[in-house]
Design a protein around this ligand. Structure first.
Ligand code: UD1
Ligand code: CA
Length: 382
């Protein structure tokens, strides 16, 4: 292993206009968490010394979601190369401390895994490794992705954007994922030299590959599954990415010892925690912040968020647990019962048509059908 430090730049300044949204694209949730936070977690295993998220002016909400990562503002969206340059000052203190690597990735690719990033970092860290390594993939439909052109040695000769590619280049199925790792100083020096004489009039980050190749510093390439670099540009992409993420979360839950009778109809949040021998019937939704103990049975049509469920509980069918619901061990929550910010003690039962809000129900209690507890007297909330 080298002792080089790692700086990370996440690009998120694009307008994301095809989302037709007031919310910045990277804050749209996937499995209950902003896309950006999936990207930041994927980077975590590499233990970066500093991470900068590049945002557009006015994207304060993105800066808040990115914390403790820093933000750099790209004044105008002039291309991916220009965006990386915008992070230079934010990373300055680290860059001055000595040799470091720079990893660039996109904030709108939330399916990228830590494993893939580690393979990329390993390709850069190996003895005699190339100064730059790019991530590539072979999608079923290469569509409008940038094409990666390799030389005879299997190094990257250049990357040609689809808009600039000729018909022969468009036949190439090796596509640029947009993720790059390389010597930080070397990359920034190359970025300083890229121009914008291309079909989109942008400063393409991808131009660094050709510049480096011409100088006898060809970049290496690592391939990853196409699924991991699905980018979100539209609501349809968002739904596709969500469905892939759900497949992963279902597989993870089953691998950890939960039975999902109909996996396709169970929806998880990235942070859902299930104990051992939990059984989930068809059509259950887990919003953010749910922890479930061992041997719990969750019957169909339950909706849970921000809730803690103890061991041996039976929930539903048709139960709704809202934030602050704390269900004690072996308790029963039946059909059309809604619980918010309330505790249900060990072995207690609320089996039918009940609303428990801001309440504490003791162990072994039996809440009768149609019971309501609330803090609203018709005029004020207490
Ligand atoms: C980019 C790559 C392309 C690759 C594809 C993979 C370049 C020039 N092209 O194309 O080779 O196949 O990704 O998905 O790099 N961004 C900024 N500031 C800008 C422009 C973009 O922050 O000025 C951010 C966007 O928010 C986005 C990312 O950079 O997160 C990618 O930008 P986008 O315009 O979507 O790149 P593509 O044209 O898809
Ligand atoms: Ca573009």
């Amino acid at each position: 292993m080298s002792d080089r430090k790692l700086a990370v730049v996440v690009l998120a300044a694009g307008k994301g206009s095809r989302m037709k949204s007031d919310l910045p694209k990277v804050l749209h949730p996937v499995a209950g968490r902003p896309m950006l936070s999936h990207v930041l977690s994927a980077v975590d295993p590499l233990a970066p010394a500093l991470t900068a998220v590049v945002v557009a002016p006015g994207m304060e909400a993105v800066a808040a979601a990115a914390a403790p990562s820093r933000c750099a503002v790209q004044s105008e969206a002039l291309g991916t190369g220009h965006a990386v340059a915008a992070a230079r000052e934010t990373l300055q203190a680290l860059l001055q401390k000595g040799k470091s690597d720079l990893l660039v990735l996109f904030g709108d690719c939330p399916l990228l895994t830590g494993d893939t990033l580690q393979r990329l970092a390993a390709a850069r860290a190996a003895p005699g490794a190339p100064e730059i390594v790019g991530l590539a993939f072979r999608p079923a439909d290469p569509a409008a992705y940038g094409r990666v052109i390799l030389d005879e040695a299997g190094r990257i000769e250049k990357i040609v954007e689809f808009a600039d590619a000729d018909s022969a280049q468009r036949q190439i199925d090796l596509c640029n994922a947009g993720v790059v790792i390389g010597d930080a100083q070397g990359l920034f020096d190359l970025i300083d030299r890229i121009g914008s004489h291309n079909a989109q009039g942008e400063y393409y980050l991808t131009d660094v590959f050709e510049l480096a190749h011409r100088e006898g510093r060809p970049a290496g390439v690592v391939e990853c599954p196409a699924e991991e670099v699905l980018g979100v540009n539209s609501r349809a992409d968002l739904a596709l990415v969500e469905s892939v993420m759900q497949q992963r979360l279902r597989a993870r839950a089953m691998a950890a010892g939960a039975t999902l009778i109909d996996p396709q109809s169970v929806w998880f949040s990235a942070d859902t925690e299930l104990g051992r021998d939990v059984t989930v019937q068809p059509s259950v939704f887990f919003g953010p912040g749910v922890t479930v103990g061992d041997r719990v049975e969750i019957r169909s049509f339950c909706h849970l968020e921000g809730a803690k469920v103890g061991d041996d509980v039976v929930l539903g069918p048709f139960a709704r647990l809202r934030p602050g619901a704390d269900i004690g061990p072996a308790a029963r929550v039946g059909n059309f019962v809604e619980i918010k910010n309330a505790e249900l003690g060990e072995g207690a039962k609320a089996n039918h048509l009940t609303y428990l809000g801001d309440a504490s129900v003791g162990a072994g209690a039996n809440v009768g059908a149609g019971t309501i507890t609330c803090n609203y007297d018709g005029y004020l909330k207490h």
